[in-house]
Design a protein around this ligand. Structure first.
Ligand SMILES: [Zn+2]
Length: 342
């Protein structure tokens, strides 16, 4: 279906030329709007889109909570402390935490909110995680019958960005995974500790958490998209156990040479030990966050070394006997782990 033409959004070439001239002459935004018979908002957006600088007379009315307006309300102020909080929220989401838990964490730590409300709540977190203004984009909106509609294409670099696009994308991916695995507000166990961290040793693709009834597996995204690679999955439960086994083994062997790596392993081993206690959720949360902080590379070879090629539409099999993974902690060398129970 072709969307109806939004008349208000269409600018003629002639108008663009006049806008450019008026802006160059230093005319105020309000006057330009009057001359062109446009709203000030429309003029501002069009100017931003065409990269035309307007005289510092246009008043901005609002901005995302993590930014502030200058005193004369003509531009945005980047707030480093708030940007850090936004980044933290995205990182926690990627680590597998839901909006409810993230809000709770911020409140527990006494992190000040951006607005008037005293506490963080999950809707604020959800809105932030979806908001492309975090990467600097602005989407003009229209309201009809109380509903919100996007108007025109989004404008890049409208706001100072507080996070980079890769982080934004990773968070969307993690949210999709969490929703697909049915973990809602009540989900107390983090389904995939490795969300956004694992890549395929065979093709370099992202390895995703895939749930098919009770069968929860890690599968290369290239395989899931039917674009090739080896049609072999690794059962999630078995992978987790294999990973814990390696962590304990490396720590006991004193394999870590680098100080950071030793710290990472000691912390992870402690958390793994904690899993057998009553606070499983806190332990899993800690592991997810620690992995995000300590791991620089994490590859998984579900089909083992030098696998034979498989038919492009063959059924995806699970747990090949020669499967292994390779993990590198920041500052350390790669370590190879094998399937638990083999
Ligand atoms: Zn692959």
């Amino acid at each position: 279906m072709i969307p109806p033409v939004q008349r208000g959004a269409l600018w003629s070439l002639l108008e663009d030329v006049r806008l450019r001239d008026l802006a160059r002459s230093g005319e105020k935004l309000a006057n330009i709007a009057k001359y062109l018979n446009r709203s000030t908002g429309s003029v501002r957006i069009r100017a931003a889109r065409l990269n035309i600088a307007l005289a510092k007379s246009g008043r901005l009315s609002a901005c995302p909570g993590w930014l502030e307006l200058t005193e004369d309300r003509t531009s945005f102020v980047f707030m480093p402390e708030r940007a850090k909080i936004v980044r933290k929220v995205f990182e926690l989401s990627i680590a597998g935490l839901g909006g409810y838990t993230i809000a709770k964490q911020l409140n527990t730590k006494g992190v000040p909110t951006f607005g008037r409300s005293a506490k963080w709540d999950q809707s604020t977190i959800h809105n932030m995680l979806r908001n492309r203004a975090t990467i600097g984009e602005h989407q003009l909106k229209r309201y009809r019958n109380g509903e919100e509609f996007p108007e025109g294409d989004p404008i890049p670099n409208y706001y100072p960005a507080v996070i980079e696009e890769a982080l934004f994308k990773a968070a969307q991916e993690a949210r999709r995974e969490n929703l697909a695995s049915g973990r809602g507000r009540k989900g107390r166990l983090i389904t995939n500790l490795f969300s956004g961290l694992l890549t395929c040793a065979h093709c370099g693709g992202l390895v995703k958490f895939h749930s098919n009834g009770n069968a929860k597996s890690l599968i290369c995204s290239t395989v899931l998209e039917g674009r090739g690679c080896y049609r072999m999955a690794w059962s999630y439960q078995n992978f987790e156990e294999s990973f814990f086994e390696l962590v304990v083994k490396l720590d006991e062997l004193g394999k870590a040479v680098d100080l950071h790596e030793r710290k990472a392993l000691t912390e992870l081993k402690g958390l793994v030990g904690w899993l057998s206690g009553p606070e499983v959720y806190e332990a899993r949360l800690g592991i997810a966050i620690a992995l995000k902080a300590f791991v620089s590379k994490f590859e998984i070879a579900s089909a083992g070394p030098n696998p034979a090629s498989s038919e492009p539409y063959a059924r995806i099999r699970r747990d090949g006997p020669r499967r292994y993974f390779e993990i590198t902690f920041r500052g350390g060398a790669a370590h190879t782990g094998y399937a638990a129970g083999n």
